[in-house]
Structure formats: structure tokens, C-alpha cells
Design a protein around this ligand. Sequence first.
Ligand code: ZN
Ligand code: ZN
Ligand code: ZN
Length: 434
Amino acid sequence: MTERIQCIREGCTNTILPATAAKTGGYCMPCKQEMEREERQRYIEANRRDVNLYAGIIDPVEILKIMHEPQVRDPLIRYVPYEQSKEQVYLSLSVEQQDQMKDYAMQRIRTGDEDTGKDILVYLVCCHDISLTAEIPELLEQEIYYPSILYKSASGEARNHLLQQVNTDDEKRNHILLMLAHISDDVVVQQFRQWRQSPPSWTSELYVAPEHYTTEAGWELTKDGQRRELFITPSYSLYKVKENEGASVESFGDSFSLLTPSANCCPWCGSALTTLISLDVKHPALNDVSWHAQQLQIQTCVICSSYGVVYMEMDAAGEPLWSSHNVMHVGMNEIDLDDYGKLAQDAGRQFQIATSSRHAFHASEWAMEPSLSQVGGHPGWVQDAEYPTCPSCSTRMKAVAQLDWGEIEEYGEGMYYMFLCEPCQMTAVSYQQS
Ligand SMILES: [Zn+2]
Ligand SMILES: [Zn+2]
Ligand SMILES: [Zn+2]
């Protein structure tokens, strides 16, 4: 039997055959491989260069084209990120530049790069609410059926075409209903009303009745068949102040705060309740909200509302109160509080409310990673649209705000959605994650 010898690398206890030692210079294979990896890493670090694709470019259109270009992965290249996010560059576009990007997107679609083309169009629609009326016939010709938000500005002709197609196209019906929900002009509203009165034969092939599709576009048919918006406008971004900037004195005074711990505890899990947002009802974001108190306070148990909807009522003084309508969610009695981090006391102080509003659908396409936290605006649903029903009056509650938890806690994820019912002065909080 051949005697095994010790690997010569310091700290290694492996033994190897003399034949291996002869090949590797006395190292075991794991050590040999590790040393080669380290050698490669040293080489990369010594030879890696920074590449700034944006150097000398000032035209935002050109900057965005580069941003949308997939980068070749090369360990010897470190790409210098642009100083602004894609979203920020999109927001900076002039009307003329928006048109240039729109043309560029259509060109990408024509040359077979549908994904990039659609991404660009979605950014333009969300950030600037641009019209695609002239482009929609071509999008349809290219058989592009989603994201349905692209169809918001369809002409009457395109809408009629879709109203016919929805009856015959079993495969695309789902998408077409979402497109129609986004078009949502009088003719579409009337069609949904008619479908409710006499469901079409294809209804049985859907998971939900046709009228439920409207909630994906932020509206519903009321009991008497009217269109009712399910979110408030305008939209104000809730953004994180960069660490070196500190809190600005321009903030909306004491009448805005986020994530304030409450003295009251959750009757289910015992942890302190959190006022997710408190905002002066005179703030322009709440222009269309009728609220009896001076502050709109949306309080919840951050832990329990991640399992299901948690409702709060307002007491006579306008202070939030745990609602007697709350029904404990399945699995809640097994919550282990140790599994949950405690929210930092100053978590909310890093946030500000924007001084000017943005388009209502700005944050609606969650997957595009816009700045999602907001007061007002169409929700950015991580999953399907889900507006809670007011337990007191049974109508759908209106979305008023959302918080992107990934921005709030280091390992946080998912989104908290806030709703209210004005007649009942009730709030609700729900949660979705991918
Ligand atoms: Zn070794
Ligand atoms: Zn709780
Ligand atoms: Zn109600």
C-alpha cells in the first residue's frame, strides 16, 4: 500500500498520494483549486478596469439607450453606474425627448427586441402618462398584449376591435379584459355593466367575473353600475433622504410622520402597534379624502397585517382604535415574535413626502422598480389587485398609500398597502410579497 503524504499547505490536514503530490507540487486538489482561484482573483483585481459608458454623454435619451442595453459580463470590467437611476433619467425627459424614446422603443419592437421596447414604453407611460394612441395599432399587429397599461390611451377604433376580439379569442381573453379595463372609457364601462347583467358565454372560462378585471386598473362598477375610482389622486412619493443630506427643513412640519410606534399593543401578538403614516388632512395628497380628524393616521400591527387585512376604526377624537371587526387570520396563533426584527425607532424619520405630485400610475408597475412608497396613486400590486372590503358597509375600500418594506428594513421585503372607507371612517392595511 502506498503511503499517503500530508498536503503542504499550511493549516490543511488532507493527505494525498505521492503521484498527486508530484503533479500538484505537494498540494491536495482542493488546496490546488483554491490557490488557482485566488491567483485568478489577484489577476482580475490587478487588471480590472473601470468602464464608464456614460462618460461625456449628456443627452438623457442616449443615456437611457445605454441603460437599456444589456451589458456583456466580463470580470475584467467594472461598469461605473450612472449617477442617476433609470427612473430619475426618465423623469427628466422633455416632451421632445419622450417622443424620441417612444420612437426608439417602436424601432426596437420592429427589430425583434420586444422586451426592451415594452420596458421603455412602460416607463414613458408611468412617468409621463404619454399617449400611445398612434402606436397601439402597431402593437396589436405585433401581438403585444401586455403590460395592459400600455393600452390606456387606445383610440375608439382600437377599443372596438378589442371589444370584438374578446368574444372570440379564448387564448388572449384574459389580457384583452385587462387592456379594456385600462381603456375604461364610457363604452368600456357600459360593456362591463352589460356583462354583469348578462354574463357572456365565455365567463365560465374565467377565474373571476369579467367585472373583477376592472380592479386591476384601479376602478370598479358600483352596485348601480357607475364607475368608481379605487385609489386617491394625486400621488406623492415618500422617499428616503440620502444619509449625507439629513432631514430637510422644508418637510411638511410635524404634520407628516411615518412609522411611529404607538403606545397601544396588538391584541393578537402583543407587539406595539405602528402608525405607518400620519398626515395632515389638509395636505394636497388628501384633497379628495373626507376625513373627520385633523390627521389621517393609518395604524396597524406590522406583524399581523402581513398575514391578512387588519382594520382600525377612529374613536371620537379621531385616534385609531383596533376594530372589533378584525378576525384573526389562520396560523396567527403560532407567531413567534423572535422571528421578527424590531423596527428601528428612527426608521420613519429618514423619509420625506415629495413637494410635488407625480402621475397617478407612476408606481403601478412594481416590477419596473420605480420608487414605490407613496401617498395617493395607483397601487403597485406585487400580486393581483386586492382591495379589502369595508367590514362595516361592504364596499371596496380605497387605496391611499403604500410602503415598500425593502426600503425600510435592511432585510425587509414586500409592500404594505393602506386603505380607507370614508363613510365609516375606517382604515385597513394589507401586505403582499413576491
Ligand atoms: Zn490541502
Ligand atoms: Zn399583531
Ligand atoms: Zn365602510
